[in-house]
Design a protein around this ligand. Sequence first.
Ligand code: ZN
Length: 170
Amino acid sequence: MTFKFCPLCGSPMTPFMEDEFPREKCGKCGWIHYHNPRPTVSAIISRDEKILLCRRAAGPFAGKWDLPGGFMEEGESAEAGMRREMREELKVEIEIEKLIGVFGPSYYPFGGQDNYNIDIYYLVIPVGEPVAVDKSDVAEIGWFDPNNLPDMAFPSNVEAIKSWLKTSII
Ligand SMILES: [Zn+2]
């Protein structure tokens, strides 16, 4: 993601390289835009040899499937973000069983910008029955054979599922 104009003062940004990495600096106030990835948290929820997936209602990759989860908020721990996302998307409290791993970068084009995410995955156990709460975010949820996945939005989801399958006995 690049900024042509400074989000703080509106002045033009000047691209430059630091080490091998592209950045932009504001010619007026000096603000520097570092192209850092954004962390997300997602969950593998397993039941009866299947896993829960969500069909994306909104872009990017609307119509494709992904694991439930989302972007972390400022000041939030990964586990707190995981619990919040499960409440928001599936209306359930959870027990966090273990960290599966960190995968990515995931390409996430949004608002005309190329963004990249770093994705944190937990194995979680829902307390209660997950339901799709916000249909503008999750069109529907479904249970799928983890060895026969539908059209997935993010390769890192598939990596996390494969990594979990190696160590699980479902
Ligand atoms: Zn500025």
